[in-house]
Design a binder for this molecule. Structure first.
Ligand code: BG6
Length: 519
């Protein structure tokens, strides 16, 4: 399964370079003094420049309340790029990058400050003498999403947030709005936010981020499924016995207790990232690889999810909370010991779910998801367990075919199948065939935010979530959360930090005759 590319080539990057490049204009990041800009967004932009994917006329405006001038902002961002970036920082490359980086203070949320921003963007447009595609990126606390957007609209900055990409008939560039997660906290708040934002910019100009969609391996789910003729005929209830999705992180909530207490793992990870895995793995082939075609198929999966039966929730849902542990000798304090977590907390840091997708393709196939903090290692994978051969010629319980798609780390895939154990007897032995991105492509895949920022700058919303998609996933999650209140799963089971979750999660699978993989 290992293609033989010369080590010096990087088909991923070279492919991108051939066809895609940011459009002239500005990327305006609200919340530029925050952690995300420092650790992810600006390092990703620097990597895009390194890979020659940023037009020289693309300016980056950091908006924050800080009293920074451009140089102070640049110095702070350079630290972030050096510490968290994927590519080396040379003075020459930084010099080129710093020229496009400016800071714009908005302290009082006043009309004057937004008008000044508009003037700054207009001056840039005049300087580059090209229609500017301006992208407004909200990396602020979610409570500000609607308010900042209203200000931007009032300042006229969404006047040309219209469908399409590039220069319009009047020769103007178009504006887009990118919104970070979380997009709502339940169905009602997600709907309200959708309503607020769509009253200001059309859905086609609204880009909701789920950074997992920017991961190469997540996108590869589509290529793997729909570019190969060989797997798709098996990708259904006739051949698949069950599907297992694991998203584990080794860190605990690590100081984010106050945020996490309000969210819990189901809202923090399942509603968005994990449901995206599920939707991409389960969806029907789209008619084309284009934003609406792909998203339409994903929504159908989310709508086909069988609602959890509140009376039988314990059969399908196990919630867990970690207590102090010391995996590998490194102490992780228990969740209840985190600042911002009240003693009576019932917030989950782990969840295991059994789901059913009630449609033609997946009827009768259980989907098991488990997601947790403070697990033995950071690993995300999707494992397709195929039905065993109908008759065992070679005796013994030697297992079945499993296709494991490793999202991260050690990105790749492995296929487990049976072979004859060398020797005089006919004994079947499982072996695996392995594909690794690093080995095959000679480089680690780019960071998720690189792809998403480039797509937003280009005007491609395929890897962003649509309003109906967000609402469909919140609908299921909100019903789940309502169902566990007052039920036997309301108080989470405990597990020691550094273990694979509570005992109840093992029991959930054992009842169906399965066991979780140990990735
Ligand atoms: C974020 C969650 O969306 O994803 C965090 O809020 C989580 O709690 C993070 O740690 C994981 O992202 P990644 O890319 O490191 O797997």
């Amino acid at each position: 399964m290992t293609p033989n590319f010369a080590a010096a080539t990087n088909p991923l990057r070279d492919g991108l370079r051939r066809t895609r490049r940011s459009l002239p204009g500005a990327l305006v990041i609200f919340g530029a003094s925050g952690d995300l800009a420092h650790r992810k967004l600006v390092p990703a932009l620097f990597a895009l420049q390194h890979d020659d994917l940023l037009d020289d006329r693309t300016m980056i405006v950091g908006v924050s309340r800080r009293d920074w001038d451009d140089d102070a902002f640049r110095a702070r961002m350079r630290q972030g790029v050096e510490e968290f970036g994927r590519v080396p920082v040379t003075d020459a490359a930084w010099g080129r990058f710093a020229q496009r980086l400016v800071h714009h203070a908005i302290r009082e949320e006043s009309d004057a400050e937004y008008a000044a921003l508009r003037e700054r963007l207009a001056a840039h447009e005049a300087r580059i003498d090209a229609p500017a595609e301006n992208v407004f990126y909200l990396s602020t606390p979610p409570s500000l999403f609607a308010a900042v957007s209203r200000r931007l609209a009032a300042a006229g900055l969404f006047a040309n947030a219209v469908p399409g990409v590039g220069e319009d008939d009047a020769g103007r560039g178009r504006a887009r709005l990118v919104v970070e997660k979380p997009f709502g906290t339940d169905l009602a708040s997600a709907r309200a936010l959708n309503r607020d934002l769509i009253s200001l910019v059309p859905e086609s100009a609204l880009y909701r981020i789920d950074h997992y969609l920017g991961k190469e391996t997540v996108q590869n789910l589509l290529v793997f499924r729909f570019a190969n003729g060989m797997f798709e005929p098996l990708w259904n209830s006739r051949y698949v016995e069950h599907v297992e999705i694991t998203v584990a992180e080794s860190i605990g909530v690590a100081g984010r207790g106050a945020y996490f207490e309000e969210a819990g793992i189901v809202r923090d990870m399942v509603q968005n990232h994990v449901f995206q895995f599920l939707a991409l793995t389960a969806m029907e082939p789209p008619v084309e690889f284009a934003a609406d075609a792909v998203r339409t198929e994903k929504v159908k999966v989310l709508r086909a999810l069988r609602p959890i039966d509140p009376a039988r929730i314990a059969e399908s849902c196990v919630r867990g909370r970690y207590v102090r542990g010391a995996p590998g000798g490194k102490e992780i304090p228990g969740y209840l010991e985190e600042t911002g977590v009240p003693p009576g907390s019932t917030t989950e840091t782990y969840v295991a779910l059994r789901l059913w997708i009630d449609n033609w393709r997946w009827g009768g196939v259980p989907w098991y998801l488990r997601v947790g903090k403070a697990m033995p290692k950071k690993v995300s994978e999707i494992a397709i367990h195929f039905k065993p051969a109908p008759h065992r010629l070679f005796g013994g319980d030697v297992g079945q075919n499993v296709l494991a798609i490793r999202i991260q780390p050690d990105e790749g895939m492995s296929l487990r199948f049976l072979t004859k154990l060398p020797g005089p007897d006919m004994v079947a032995q499982p072996v695996t065939m392995d594909f690794r991105y690093g080995t095959s492509f000679g480089a680690a895949p780019p960071e998720a935010y690189e792809r998403l920022l480039l797509d937003a700058l280009i005007g491609d919303s395929t890897l962003f979530t649509r309003d109906d998609e967000v609402e469909a996933s919140w609908q299921w999650i909100t019903a789940l959360r309502d169902a566990w209140k007052g039920s036997s799963v309301e108080v989470p089971e405990t597990y020691e930090a550094g273990t694979w979750g509570p005992a109840g999660a093992d029991a959930l699978l054992e009842r169906d005759g399965y066991r979780w993989r140990r990735p």
